[in-house]
Design a protein around this ligand. Sequence first.
Ligand code: MN
Length: 246
Amino acid sequence: MNHPAPVIGVPTNVLVEKAGSFPGTVRASVNQDYLDALQAAGAVPVVLPMAGPDGIAAQLDLVDGLLLSGGVDVAPGLYGEEPEPGLGEVFEDMDRHQIGLALGARERGLPVLGICRGLQVLNVAFGGTLHQDLAALPGPVLQHVQVGWRHAPSHRVDLAPGSLLAHIFGCQELAVNSFHHQAVKALAPGLRVCARARDGVVEGLEAAEGPFLLGVQWHPEGMVAASPDMLRLFQALAGACGRQEP
Ligand code: MN
């Protein structure tokens, strides 16, 4: 008998219609490329709409793992800071939903993969802080909002030897795309940095111990068509769900 494919929950982002027939309409949104990548990795994605604490627990009952996708900025009040001029759009209720899912998944030992904003949500969930706008930093910073194609690698990242991320890719350096203006400032307790850009910006983090928890600052879901190795991240998440053993 075949074991069922792992079910991966993907919380929705808030998308407020700015034009069209119904401006102001709030939509629950997930980019298709995350769902395609999960399915290509043999998982069954399920979309999880914003919910309160009871809803979060019920959602976690349904899934074997979690993928936190990219999206808008995280509300700085959630890590004890006031909004700075470079902060973008935030939706605190959405942040609370995703942070609740991340903490709940960890409690239950469910594997979690965070991508871009998802990495930042993980860092905040476990007690870290963020740079609200890399452009406002005093030191030299590389271009982290690339102008080229979404699938095109832009800057390099160095992988920490011995890390989960280095194990997944089997190398010490990757070329990645980059579409973020925020980044990890103070790393959360229990996490460790597993990838950095050459300017020192954190590009990957993972749990120091325990079940699978990995965050990457780039967008592998946008690269898989041109760089099939990027599918390894989604395969690693699916494989960590423990429902794929023969
Ligand atoms: Mn970057």
